[in-house]
Write a protein that binds this ligand. Structure first.
Ligand code: SAM
Length: 196
């Protein structure tokens, strides 16, 4: 199995003899040669302005009959479940998404995947979405805090006060609060075996 990323600092192949790690820029570089039976990319194309060209490139890297699996967050899905906490949570989360948009994240990308796959005439398309209800105080819900902390300076520009941020963090620590995880849209399809 070949694992690639533009930044391989967090990847090692030390303890697996069936794993090769390679530094690779999926935008700027040709894919490794040979053709693949399966390509899986999670939460990568959503960040890349060249996502449509990268999608074409991944498909052309498959062997005939080979399968592409993409997984991306549906960033349009409402997260906070309780009406009483929604405005407080959404103020920060909506500002976070505005910041992501300025950084070229396409927040509609996950929802557009079925039509993007259909436009490329792939076979045997399957789509499903997975989400989990996270409770305040759990380790998982801290993903929302980690994401927001990384862009805190930009959130101030978006009108989010230090108090609003503190309230948001308090909500994430409150066991009475629940929020959906970003739904993960998984789509898979096969490259046609015959030319059409
Ligand atoms: C949100 S992380 C997802 C990491 C991992 N795929 C996962 O699902 O946990 C986005 C990843 O895309 C990688 N990335 C960004 N631009 C890239 C590029 N041009 N080519 C290859 N990888 C890239 C980043 O280094 C980062 O590891």
């Amino acid at each position: 199995m070949l694992v690639t990323d533009i930044d391989t600092r967090w990847l090692t192949d030390d303890d697996r003899d069936n794993l090769t790690v390679r530094q690779h820029d999926v935008v700027a570089e040709e894919p490794p040669a040979g053709g693949f039976d399966l390509i899986h990319a999670r939460l990568v194309l959503i960040h890349l302005p060249q996502r449509h060209a990268v999608l074409d490139r991944l498909i052309s890297s498959l062997k005939p009959g080979g399968r592409l699996v993409l997984e991306e967050f549906d960033l349009r899905h409402p997260l906070a479940t309780q009406a009483g906490h929604r405005a407080e949570f959404d103020a920060v989360q909506d500002a976070f998404l505005r910041v992501m948009t300025t950084r070229e994240v396409d927040i509609d990308w996950a929802r557009s995947l079925p039509e993007n796959f259909a436009a490329r005439d792939l076979d045997d398309v399957h789509v499903h979405t997975h989400t989990i209800l996270w409770r305040g105080g759990s380790p998982e819900i801290q993903l929302y805090r980690v994401n927001v902390e990384q862009v805190a300076a930009d959130l101030a520009t978006e009108g989010i006060s230090a108090q609003a941020l503190d309230d948001f963090y308090a909500l994430l620590g409150n066991p009475a609060f629940t929020a959906w995880s970003h739904p993960l849209v998984s789509i898979s399809a096969a490259r046609p075996r015959l030319c059409r």
